[in-house]
Design a protein around this ligand. Structure first.
Ligand code: CTP
Length: 409
C-alpha cells in the first residue's frame, strides 16, 4: 500500500516557470500510487508541453473546456467528479485572482468553480516573483481563497528564475507530495500538541570523542510526521541524526542527554502528549576533558568514571501536568528478548499509561518494524510494517486513548 494508492488527483498547471517542477511532481504522485489527470491553462503550455505531462501521467492532458473527447462535452464537470483532490502546482498570482473572482472562462478555473467543495479539496501551491508574492493584492487574494475553502500550501524562499532572491518559489515536488499525502490523513489529533524525543544522545569524553548508540531516529521522526499529518502541532527534540525535518514540524537539535532533558522540560508546559522514542544514554562520563585525552606513551589506558543521566521520560511522567491529566506520556522500550514482560515492567516503573515495545536489534536503522502496545488493559501488537505506517497506526491508538485517560476512566 503506497501513500496515494486509490487516489485520483487532478493536477492543474497554470503559467509559471515552476511548471518544470510539475513534471517531477506528477511522477512522484504516480509513483505514490495515484491516478493523475493533468489539466493545463493555455499559459502553462508556454512553459511545458502537454506531451511531457501526458507521457508522465499516462493520460491525455486537458487544456480546453471545448474538448470533445468527453461524451457530454463537459470536462469541467466530469474531471472534478472523479477527483479526490485538485492540486494547482504551480498556481500563478493571476490564477489566484481568478479563483477569488470566481472566473470561469477557461477549463481549469471552470473546473475549480464547479468542484464539489465538501468532497474534493483544492490545494494551491503558489509560485511567483517575490514582489508579486508580497504585494497586498496577492496576500489579500490568498487570504480570500483560504477563507473560501482552499488549502494554501505556502511557498519556498531562495533564488528565483528572474534573478532575484526571496519568498515566492514553488515548494519542491517532495515537499508538495508530503503536503498532499498529509491532506488525506484523518485529523484525529487536531488541537493536540505533541512533544517527541528522537534519536541517540552523544556524551562527550573530550572535544573529539564521545559515547553514542545506533539509534537512527527514524521511528521518532515518523511519529512526528504522522502526528503533524493528523493535525497536531509538533515539537521534535532530536539527538544527532541525519534525517530531514518532517513538514510543519518544529525541530530542536540537541547532543547530550542533559541538553535533551533541558529542551524537553522547556517544552512540556505547552504539550498535551509526550512521546519518548529517544535512545538516551544511561550514563555520561563523570567529567568531560577540556582537551583531547592523549596517549602518553606508557601504554596505560585512561580510567573513565560515569555518572547516571536523568531519565527524561520518568522526570516528565512525574510532573504536575501529567498528574492533572493534561499531558499523556508514551514511552518506548527497546529490548533484546522477552518483550512482553520487560515492556509491562517498564510501563509500571516509568509510571506511564502507554508503553510501546520493540526488539532493538530488529529496528535500529531499519525502515520497518513491529510494535507491542502495552497499556492498563493489556497488550496489542501492530504487525511488521514501514515505520511511517506504524507511526500512523500509533497516532490513531494514542488519539483513541486520550478521551478516557483525560476523564480518568
Ligand atoms: N528514556 C528517557 N531518558 C533516559 C532513558 C530512557 O527518556 N535517560 C526513555 C526512552 O526514550 C524510552 C524509555 O525511556 O521511551 C525506555 O528506555 P530504555 O532505554 O529502553 O529503558 P531504560 O529505562 O533505560 O531501562 P533498561 O536500560 O533497563 O532497559
Amino acid at each position: 500500500m503506497q501513500d496515494l494508492t486509490g487516489k485520483h488527483i487532478v493536477l492543474g498547471l497554470t503559467g509559471g516557470v515552476a511548471c518544470y517542477k510539475s513534471a517531477e511532481l506528477c511522477r512522484l504522485f504516480v509513483k505514490a500510487g495515484a491516478v493523475v489527470q493533468v489539466v493545463m491553462t493555455e499559459a502553462a503550455t508556454q512553459f511545458i508541453t502537454p506531451v511531457t505531462m501526458q507521457a508522465l501521467s499516462g493520460r491525455p492532458v486537458y487544456v480546453s473546456q471545448w474538448d470533445a473527447r468527453e461524451a457530454n462535452n463537459m470536462p469541467h464537470i466530469n474531471l472534478g467528479r472523479d477527483a479526490d483532490a485538485i492540486v494547482l502546482a504551480p498556481c500563478s498570482a493571476d490564477f489566484i485572482a481568478r479563483l477569488v473572482a470566481g472566473r470561469s472562462d477557461e477549463l481549469l478555473s471552470l473546473l475549480c468553480l464547479a468542484r464539489p467543495a465538501e468532497r474534493v479539496p483544492l490545494l494551491i501551491a503558489p509560485a511567483m516573483n517575490r514582489e508579486m508574492w508580497s504585494h497586498p493584492a496577492t496576500q489579500r487574494n490568498l487570504a480570500q481563497v483560504a477563507a473560501d475553502g482552499a488549502m494554501v500550501l505556502g511557498v519556498g524562499s531562495g533564488a528565483q528564475a528572474c534573478g532575484e532572491t526571496g519568498d515566492g518559489r514553488m515548494l519542491e515536488p517532495e515537499q508538495l507530495l508530503e503536503d498532499v499525502v498529509a491532506a488525506f490523513q484523518p485529523k484525529v489529533l487536531a488541537g493536540q500538541h505533541l512533544l517527541v524525543t528522537a534519536g541517540p544522545t552523544f556524551e562527550a569524553l573530550d572535544p573529539i570523542r564521545g559515547i553514542t548508540n545506533h539509534s537512527s531516529g527514524k521511528m521518532g521522526f515518523a511519529i512526528a510526521r504522522a502526528a503533524r499529518e493528523a493535525g497536531a502541532e509538533v515539537t521534535l527534540v532530536a539527538g544527532p541524526v541525519h534525517l530531514p525535518t518532517p513538514r510543519g514540524v518544529r525541530r530542536i537539535d540537541v547532543l547530550s542527554a542533559q541538553q535533551m532533558l533541558d529542551a524537553t522540560l522547556a517544552q512540556t508546559s505547552a504539550a498535551t502528549v509526550f512521546v519518548a522514542t529517544a535512545a538516551v544514554a544511561d550514563w555520561r562520563p563523570a567529567t568531560a576533558s577540556e582537551h583531547k585525552i592523549k596517549k602518553d606513551g606508557s601504554g596505560q589506558v585512561p580510567v573513565l568514571n560515569f555518572t547516571e543521566n536523568a531519565d527524561i521520560l520518568a522526570t516528565v511522567a512525574q510532573s504536575e501536568r501529567v498528574r492533572d491529566r493534561r499531558l499523556y506520556c508514551v514511552g518506548f522500550a527497546a529490548e533484546s528478548e522477552n518483550l512482553s514482560a520487560h515492556a509491562r515492567a517498564k510501563r509500571a516503573r516509568k509510571g506511564i499509561p502507554l508503553l510501546v515495545g520493540n526488539i532493538g536489534p530488529l529496528t535500529f536503522g531499519q525502515d520497518d518494524n513491529s510494535l507491542l502496545l502495552v497499556d492498563e488493559h493489556g497488550e496489542r501488537e501492530l504487525p511488521r510494517a514501514s515505520k511511517l505506517a506504524l507511526a500512523r497506526a500509533l497516532v490513531q491508538e494514542i488519539a483513541g486513548r486520550l478521551p478516557a485517560w483525560k476523564d480518568g476512566s
